[in-house]
Design a protein around this ligand. Structure first.
Ligand code: BG6
Ligand code: MG
Length: 211
């Protein structure tokens, strides 16, 4: 379809760290007696750590101070990082690696566009250090998805016009961020089930026919 670059979300697209986010938030919510389930979890996809906590705390009966929130966010992130440190190159799905390599062979530039501040650690664990032409993540932007910032940063780092970039996402907020950046979105997982993308895929391999 004439795209010059593909910008990949990380959690839930390149690898299944989205499940570790869920487990770590579940333990944190349980520790303060706040109900949390996979329906709430789907609202956290693409959203920053502190904004995720605010969504979880909508069901908390009493307000928490900023310090108390920071303690909870740190607690969640420590547990999440314990999961991340156990990841290896086996946690990069074969279909993802083959799709990335296939897209590169077609001459496309490849980037990451993730809200996560843990992006460098995850890429290291799964053996993708230095693989992408650009990495834009939560460490480089103030506003997380659905704001377009992280995808615009990726396009800027690639030196490619946003209109020539395709975003791959599993989050509804991520598809919205792509559209706000003037980019098309190809979705998998939750976002595809919600028909949030311009293309809604059953498998990431479908990208090879799309571009
Ligand atoms: C996104 C996830 O990739 O990163 C969100 O979809 C998460 O669920 C966000 O909240 C921030 O992650 P981190 O690793 O900076 O806490
Ligand atoms: Mg995601």
């Amino acid at each position: 379809m004439g795209f010059k670059a593909i910008i990949f979300d990380l959690d839930g697209v390149i690898c299944f760290t989205d499940e570790y986010h869920y487990l770590a938030w579940k333990a944190t919510a349980d520790s303060i007696g706040v109900p949390f389930d996979r329906t709430v979890n789907n609202r956290l996809r693409g959203v920053s750590r502190m904004e995720s906590l605010d969504i979880i705390l909508e069901k908390c009966t009493h307000p928490l101070s900023i310090t108390e929130k920071e303690v909870l966010a740190d607690q969640k992130n420590r547990q999440y990082q314990d999961y991340l440190r156990r990841m290896t190159t086996d946690d990069l799905p074969t279909e993802v690696k083959e799709t990335l390599d296939g897209l590169r062979q077609k001459g496309l530039r490849l980037a990451v566009g993730s809200s996560s501040k843990n992006t460098p650690l995850i890429l290291h664990q799964i053996g993708l250090d230095g693989y992408f032409d650009a990495v834009a993540d939560g460490n480089g932007v103030k506003r997380s998805k659905p704001a377009p910032d992280v995808f615009l940063l990726a396009a800027e780092l690639l030196k490619i016009d946003p209109a020539d970039c395709l975003v791959v996402e599993d989050a509804v907020s991520g598809a919205q961020a792509a559209h706000a950046a003037g980019m098309k979105a190809a979705c998998v997982g939750d976002a595809a089930q919600n028909q949030a993308g311009d293309y809604n895929m059953g498998s990431i391999r479908e990208l090879l026919e799309l571009v």
